[in-house]
Design a protein around this ligand. Structure first.
Ligand code: ZN
Length: 62
């Protein structure tokens, strides 16, 4: 028996990641990439190293 629900969950996750990548590319385009979307602070390289798709600075990350 194959577990199709696990496949579906994985697909959902991949689709979510793709959306995050597309959103990051849009931010690259409009110049808001690597900036906190709450306070506008520039994200430091270490934070982007840990999560290249980060959208918030350390104090606003959930
Ligand atoms: Zn912030």
């Amino acid at each position: 028996m194959e577990d199709h629900s696990a496949d579906a969950a994985m697909l959902d996750r991949i689709e979510g990641e793709l959306e995050a990548v597309e959103a990051a590319m849009r931010r690259l385009d409009d110049g808001s990439y690597a900036r906190c979307e709450v306070c506008g602070a520039e994200l430091d390289a270490a934070a982007l190293d840990g999560d290249p798709l980060a959208t918030c600075c350390a104090s606003h990350r959930t």
